[in-house]
Design a protein around this ligand. Structure first.
Ligand SMILES: Cc1ncc(COP(=O)(O)O)c(C=O)c1O
Length: 391
């Protein structure tokens, strides 16, 4: 069995930093009260919770009341879309929602559910071959009854940034709300939500060395959300359920570290990413293409389409060689499904089955990159000859 395991799947999740664990620990063992309880232990938990909320708000230049703790990035997305659209329905305001074709399923499936089961109208905007939406197309899609535009800040699979400030400005010119899924982008942007035209924003701390099982939803103070989770009225009636205080503390600490170290992290990731991209494209000139935008992309994301292979087979062989990566293509036995994102870029099946995403992190070094570059070309040949002989 392979001794060396190189983790290059930081777009999927990251290890929790020791500083973050340290900050969380007392909220399990000492300050364990329910933050809604009025007594001493409740007040201690509540102080930790509210301090974390304030810290997140300060980092994003928002107000503490605009920060809602959720259970994950998906929940933040679900809550934003349902909360805004249900509120519009309740107030008889409008019926139309716009998303892009390459949203994460947490947005796309929620939008389709709103269309299919709640009678909302949905426009799914196409993207160009680098994964960008067209602002003119977006403007044309806006209707008098449009309530919300939900377009991600950066794509999880191909790394492309969307022009989120320009989208928000356009939305506001037309009196439409703007939600952005910043689950991948949160650690890489100098947010100023006081001035940025963003009404709702989803964040997931496990993408930047915080815990899984907690999400953040920024909701501008003027926006009413109809709660998807009802009960005890926590989070100002926007999300019921006893808040997971240790995780909220971990969310705040991980966001603080990520944004304080943002510039250094970006420089480190970009140097690794760029060597990876150059190395893969020069080692496999006929067989690999870069997916996503060549420059306007997440600093830690190198994503490719590899010709005539199944992304899943590639991952298995990479794993055996000690490299942990991911692919957009979900594989059913005997029926490798192409990546919906790669298809939305206009890639044919020859390429869209072979998605490969390598996302670097703090611990990765140039040696790791060189190791991947040494292994990958041989693995691609093996996987291809294997799939062709069974075709
Ligand atoms: C862009 C994007 N949105 C939403 C999610 C969902 O986040 P979570 O897994 O925390 O629910 C992910 C997770 O990969 C993501 O990359």
């Amino acid at each position: 069995m392979q001794e060396r395991h190189i983790y290059m799947d930081h777009g999927a999740s990251t290890p929790v930093r020791p500083e973050v664990v340290e900050a969380m620990l007392p909220y399990w063992t000492d300050h364990y009260g329910n933050p809604s309880s009025a007594h001493f232990f409740g007040r201690e938990a509540s102080q930790g919770l509210e301090r974390s909320r304030r810290q997140i708000a300060d980092l994003l230049k928002a107000q503490p009341t605009e920060i809602v703790f959720t259970g994950c990035g998906s929940e933040s997305d679900n809550m934003a879309l349902r909360g805004v659209m249900w509120s519009a329905r309740k107030n008889g305001r409008g019926n139309h929602l716009i998303v892009s074709a390459i949203e994460h399923n947490a947005v796309l499936d929620t939008a389709k559910q709103l269309r299919d089961h709640f009678d909302f109208d949905l426009t799914i905007l196409p993207v160009d071959n680098m994964g960008k939406i067209d602002l003119d197309e977006l403007e044309k899609a806006i209707r008098p009854d449009t309530i919300l535009i939900s377009i991600m800040a950066a794509n999880n699979e191909i790394g492309t940034f969307q022009p989120f400030d320009a989208i928000g400005e356009l939305a506001h010119e037309h009196n439409v709300l703007f939600h952005t899924d910043a689950v991948q982008a949160a650690a890489f942007v100098d947010w100023d939500l006081k001035t940025q035209p963003i009404d709702l924003m989803s964040i997931a701390p496990h993408k930047f060395y915080g815990p899984k099982g907690v999400g953040i939803l920024y909701v501008h103070k003027n926006i009413e959300l109809v709660a998807s989770l009802t009960g005890g009225g926590q989070e100002d009636g926007r999300r019921a359920g006893t808040v997971n205080v240790p995780f909220a503390v971990g969310a705040a600490e991980s966001l603080r570290l990520a944004l304080e170290e943002r510039t250094a992290n970006i420089a480190h990731y970009e140097s690794l990413r760029d060597r990876l991209i150059d190395g893969v494209l020069s080692a496999l000139p006929e067989d690999a293409i870069l997916t996503g935008h060549p420059t306007d992309r997440l600093p830690h994301n190198a994503s490719f389409a590899i010709r005539d292979v199944s992304g899943n087979d590639l991952l298995i062989h990479l794993d055996v060689a000690g490299v942990c990566a991911s692919s957009g293509s979900a594989c059913k036995t005997g029926n490798p499904k192409p990546s919906a994102i790669l298809e939305a870029l206009g890639l044919s099946q020859e390429w869209s089955r072979g998605g490969l995403r390598l996302t670097v992190g703090r611990q990765n070094t140039m040696n790791d990159i060189e190791y991947v570059l040494k292994k990958l070309p041989g693995i691609v040949q093996t996987v291809r000859s294997f799939s062709l002989s069974f075709a």
